[in-house]
Design a protein around this ligand. Structure first.
Ligand SMILES: Cc1cc2nc3c(=O)[nH]c(=O)nc-3n(C[C@H](O)[C@H](O)[C@H](O)COP(=O)(O)OP(=O)(O)OC[C@H]3O[C@@H](n4cnc5c(N)ncnc54)[C@H](O)[C@@H]3O)c2cc1C
Length: 438
């Protein structure tokens, strides 16, 4: 590569491919390096498929430590901390717990909301410009609640985010069943639901493959089977990356390698608080007419059920178990229970043997906000740590990154996502002041 505006993007998942497109659009000559034989074979392969500005809350809500303790070692818990994995999460875990104060949680939720909403705006523009097909749906999500207290809390959260632009309609059980007839038979189990009409859904893997095709057609180089072993720093700035095939020079390097980014960054002296948090999914072939019309999220089971064309995707559960990618039958069983809890009829109809279980590692930041922007090493940039929101935030984070790299005005406040989390107090205070009713 030659010339000033060239960028190497490490990682061919949602974050890497989206970064590549945004940088290409911003005028960079881009090369993507992916260690696997194709794009989106890690965490972006079979996620829950929902694009949800409506769910910007980090997982460390106030009181999370009590929930983690209560669920410790319980195989059917929505959030499971494996005692053997505790040492690997120690420092990160302390930050995760520290960020669960109401103040920190609320600030992260608001910052995430802005990024999610901006991201959907960008995704719609990309979809139109590139004519992307990825089993998308724009019917919104329906978040269902079984416990009246959680429902009331969610309605309160909706009111908190409404001034920022979040639209949602609380529904009683009968209204829920009218909107989503599939839920009619479980109406009696529900306390209510909220319909979020601006949410979308779609298959992230199909999206990545469609984007890969458009990138290649536009001259972006994609090197598969290319593992980056390190970033070379020369003269105090990033000079390129090391691979088994040799050194690849570049004036800008973007690390978008999911939870694996942390180690590559640490070798450059850059620290980010990101750890892998495992999640599961089940992909079930169905007749689309028999499935739900909306993507459904079940608050009490902490899981989602998303129609993706002729596939029904069930996804959820968070397991703090390090890098382990074992598919544990009890965790998969929890997803079958979700299907039975949302639609007993569908659960009886589908053929279990045709379902494809999967698990992947979310790149989870300790404070629930992704890392997007420059590192302390000139020329070295980061786009990772999106945790459970990586599909929702992909297009927005990538565009923000490109704005930061080119010096263009940032469309949203980038400070909550900066690598140095030191400006936290300033942006939190500003957000709070701006949102006070005048
Ligand atoms: C069960 C589950 C359900 C989810 N549901 C949703 C959802 O409904 N909505 C939502 O918004 N988000 C969801 N997510 C989160 C979302 O899927 C992730 O945040 C997102 O896929 C992360 O994308 P990524 O590109 O950062 O990571 P990845 O997809 O893992 O991509 C990183 C890539 O970097 C490559 N790589 C790593 N190291 C190197 C190296 N040294 N050299 C070269 N390449 C390297 C990897 O091979 C990989 O392809 C879910 C996640 C899970 C696990």
């Amino acid at each position: 590569m030659s010339g000033a505006r060239d960028a190497l993007v490490v990682g061919g998942g949602l974050a890497g491919l989206a970064s590549a497109y945004a940088l290409h659009e911003a005028g960079y000559r881009v090369e993507v390096l992916e260690r696997r034989e194709d794009v989106a074979l890690e965490t972006s392969f079979a996620n829950g498929g929902i694009l949800t500005p409506s769910m910007p809350d980090p997982w460390n809500a106030p009181g999370v430590h009590w929930r983690l303790l209560r669920w410790l070692g319980r195989e059917d818990a929505p959030m499971l901390l494996r005692p053997g994995a505790i040492p690997g999460y120690f420092g990160w875990g302390l930050k995760f717990l520290a960020a669960s104060s109401p103040d920190s949680f609320n600030a992260s939720m608001r910052a995430n909301y802005r990024l999610c909403a901006y991201s959907l705006e960008r995704l719609r523009a990309w979809r139109a410009a590139l004519d992307l097909e990825y089993a998308q749906s724009t019917h919104g999500t329906l978040e269902v609640y079984r416990d009246p207290r959680s429902f009331a809390q969610a309605v309160h959260e909706l009111a908190t985010l409404a001034p920022l632009g979040l639209e949602g309609t609380p529904l009683d059980p009968a209204g829920t069943a009218r909107l989503e007839p599939l839920l009619d038979e479980v109406q009696a189990d529900l306390a209510g639901a909220i319909h979020f009409p601006a949410d979308e859904s779609g298959d992230a893997w199909l999206f990545c493959r469609a984007l890969r095709e458009r990138l290649v057609a536009r001259g972006v180089t994609l090197r598969l089977d290319t593992r980056v072993s390190g970033v070379r720093i020369a003269g105090g700035r990033a000079a390129g990356v090391e691979t088994a095939g040799g050194f690849l020079p570049a004036s800008q390097v973007v690390l978008a390698a999911g939870p694996w980014s942390r180690e590559l960054l640490a070798a450059c002296g850059v620290r980010i608080a990101v750890r892998p948090v495992k999640g599961y999914s089940l992909s079930i072939p169905i007749d689309p007419a028999s499935g739900p019309r909306h993507a459904l999220s079940d608050d009490s089971l902490h899981a989602v059920m998303t129609p993706l064309g002729a596939t029904l995707r069930l996804a959820g559960t968070a397991e703090f178990s390090g890098w382990d990618l074992t598919l544990r039958p009890k965790r998969v069983e929890a997803l079958w229970r979700l299907l039975a809890a949302l639609s007993p009829t569908l659960a009886r109809q589908v053929e279990r043997a045709t379902a494809r279980p999967w698990c992947g590692l979310r790149p989870m930041s300790a404070d629930g906000r992704p890392y997007v922007g420059a590192s302390d090493v000139p020329g070295l940039y980061v786009n990772t740590g999106h945790g459970h929101l990586g599909w929702t935030q992909a297009a927005g984070s990538a565009t923000l990154l490109a704005q930061l790299m080119t010096g263009a005005p940032a469309a949203i406040d980038p400070r909550p996502f900066a690598l140095a989390r030191t400006e936290r107090r300033a942006w939190r205070a500003e957000i709070q002041a701006a949102e006070q009713p005048s």
